[in-house]
Every structure is written in C-alpha cells, then in structure tokens.
Design a protein around this ligand. Structure first.
Ligand code: BGC
Length: 394
C-alpha cells in the first residue's frame, strides 16, 4: 500500500438538498408533481428525513465522522412563499444551519437552487419564462444579504442541465414537458440567472467563492457514435462550461459513463454491474469529467460537489469512492486545481421521481422513527477525510 496526501485545506464533505431531506416542503413545484397521478413519481416526499428540525444532530454526526464541510440547499418556497413576501423566520433558520456548521468546524457549502421552485414561480412560467431570471436574482440577493457572511462556498444553481433535460425534454421532472424546442430557452435562462446570482452574492457580505454545479458524464462513443456524442455533450454540458469561464469555481457532479452510438445512448453493456439507478458502476467517470470541466472552463478551480452511488451493498460504495478518489489524485498530480470532494449523499433520502428506493446515503434513515444509522462507508470516508489521505494499491 502507498499513501496519498491531499492538499492542505482540501474540502471533504457530504451533500443534501432541501426538498430531499427537510420534509414538508409542500409549497413548491416538486410537491405538486409528486402528487400528480400522471407524473410517474413513485411516492410523495412527505416528512423525508425531517432534517429541517434535526439538522443539529445531523451536523453533529457529520462532524464526528470526520467531515470538514456540509453542502445543503435553501428552499426558495420557504424563504419567499409568495412573490415578494419574505419569511425572516426561514432565513433565520438557514442562518442557524450555517452557524451550526461553523460551530462544528465544518464549512457550509450553500446551494441557492436545487431543483425545487416555489409554486408561484411555476405558476408564472417557471424556468421557461425569462422573468424568472430576475425573480431568482431577487431571491438570491435577499438570501445572500441575510446569510452571506456565514457562507463558505456558494453554489448558485444545481444541475440546470438536468432540470432542462428531465423537466422539458424527458417530461419526468416538473413541469413535465416533452418539448425539444424548450430546452435551449431554459438553459439560457439558467445561465442568465447564474450570472445575476453570482453578482448578487459577490455584492453581499462575505467572501465565499461562487460557482454553478453541473451534471456531467464520461461520454464514450461506440460504433461510430462520435457525431451524436458531440451533439449531445455540447448541448448538455459545454454550453454551461463555456458560460462559467471566469467564475470562482465549477462544481462537478458525476455518477457514471454514457455510451453513445450513432442513434443515441446505448446503455451499459450486457452483464456489467449496474447501480440501483440503472447506471453502470463506473467510478472512473469522475477523472475525465474533472479534466474536461477544467479545460473547457479555461482553468476554473474544480470542487467535486457530488459523486456517489445508489446501492444496497455498502462495500460497493467504498470501492466506488476509492476508485473515484484515485481519479481525483491523478488530476491533482497533473496540476489540476481540485479543491475538494463532496459525497452525494449524507443520508438515504427522497430520490425525486424514484422516491425512497435508491440508497445513496452514507447514513441510513429509518422511515418511521427517523433514526440515523451510519453505514461502514460513512466511517471509512470520514476517516479518509480526517487523515486528508488515502491508501492505494501501488
Ligand atoms: C442531484 C441530486 C440527486 C443525485 C442522484 C444529482 O442529479 O443533484 O439531487 O439526488 O444526482 O441522482
């Protein structure tokens, strides 16, 4: 075995998103969608992990495990439940969450938009509507004014490319459209919203680096799929990577590879290991996506804001993360500026349209008692974080 020490100050975190863990977020478009019998959602989110009330214990646990950062998102529908009506109580809640991170020596990584939007935003056109850009900018301005001094890293928008793909082309996220002509407009609105949000956060108190987080895949062409691959990758990823040049960081979020043939995605090869999500077990995807994000963004520092696996077999989680981290190591060895690694997810939680089936968590949560049970992978990754080092087979 040989050891590899990560750079001093390397960020080691775990991540959640408001709608997936807080519980009771009834005033957003996702709640509506979960309760729409035609949406294809397998179950509603309900109380999920009741993290809204249990965040202190949850942060105790994450700190005890060894992590030095915690990524979570603000729920816009709590902070601005109706247009122009602001909830100081909700902003104070998130201020307490940030403060609780600092009290435990964890850096708060705050996401301003993670998939869910208030009902009133959805009712007035959602992300297809250009006016949403300014609505979002106002929300960010207000929130950053209240919380900015406590934010460690600011993620403006989580995976805008997934919202436009799943919500406007595949029809499985709200608003459930299947319209290829909408995707480009939605992406443009997100990019404009990101720019305005970044400006607002920079103008607010605090010095947090600001970036966008992007869903990426290790695209591989099979049997002449090069042209198709190029087309989908540029619409899904490159348009954003080019737009974030000059930002403080780019959040890379990678789960697997995508094999692309001349007619589109061909899926995993027969007989290979797949995760509960149906993705190929391919931890090697992280390295090429970090490299690509760094290159296309013109050398913007990379924070791995999500990487993880849905599996009931926790030993496969350890293997997955170990191999993904080997990829991070090789990027660092080549001088790529990778600032940290954040595992998705802290807890087994509400996996959007797929409900509570997929288990991404380092910590299991009993659905009836809310009891938290750390898995062996939580202890393992926490000890890597604490040591800031990992042992590798030579
Ligand atoms: C999202 C998370 C989601 C995870 C696993 C990312 O696309 O940001 O909200 O749970 O992947 O599917």
């Amino acid at each position: 075995m040989t050891g590899f020490a990560f750079p001093d100050g390397f960020v080691w975190g775990t991540a959640t998103a408001a709608h997936q863990v807080e519980g009771g977020n009834w005033n957003n478009d996702w709640w509506d969608w979960e309760h729409n019998p035609d949406s294809g959602c397998v179950e509603p989110s309900g109380d999920t992990c009741d993290h809204y009330h249990r965040y202190r214990d949850d942060l105790d646990l994450m700190a005890e495990l060894g992590f030095n950062a915690y990524r979570f998102s603000l729920e816009w529908s709590r902070i601005e439940p109706e247009e122009g009506e602001w909830s100081t109580a909700a902003l104070e809640h998130y201020r307490r969450v940030c403060a609780a991170c600092h009290e435990r020596s964890m850096t708060p990584i705050v996401t301003f938009h993670h998939f869910s939007s208030p009902r009133w935003v959805a009712a007035s056109g959602g992300w297809l509507e250009p006016a949403t850009v300014d609505r979002f900018a106002r929300f960010v301005e207000r929130s950053a004014a209240h919380l900015g001094d406590l934010i460690g890293w600011a993620c403006t928008i989580n995976e805008p490319n997934i919202v436009s793909l799943m919500g406007h082309l595949a029809g499985v996220f709200p608003p459930g459209h299947r319209r290829s002509d909408e995707r480009r407009q939605v992406n443009q609105n997100f990019i404009a919203a990101h720019r305005k949000a970044a400006e607002a956060i920079h103008a607010a108190p605090g010095t947090a680096p600001v970036g966008l987080t992007l869903a990426m895949s290790d695209y591989q062409a099979v049997e002449g799929g090069e042209n198709y691959l190029h087309r989908i990758r540029s619409a899904h990823e490159d348009v954003f990577l080019e737009a974030v040049r000059g930002d403080d960081f780019i959040g890379v979020q990678t789960y697997s590879r995508s094999r692309i043939g001349p007619e589109g995605a061909v899926g995993p090869e027969e007989g290979v290991e797949v995760t509960t999500m149906g993705y190929e077990f391919w931890p090697e995807a992280l390295e090429p996506t970090i490299r690509r994000a760094y290159e296309l963004s013109g050398g913007v520092p990379v924070l791995v804001t999500e990487n993880g696996i849905a599996t009931p077999d926790d030993t496969r989680r350890v293997e997955y993360v170990r191999r993904a981290l080997a990829g991070v190591r090789s990027c660092l060895a080549d001088g790529i500026d990778v600032r940290g690694y954040v595992y998705w997810s802290s807890f087994d939680n509400f996996e959007w349209a797929l409900g509570y089936g997929p288990e991404f968590g380092l910590v299991a949560v009993d659905r009836a008692s809310f009891e938290r049970r750390p898995k062996p992978s939580a202890r393992w990754l926490g000890s890597v974080a604490r040591a800031n080092a990992l042992e590798f087979q030579p």
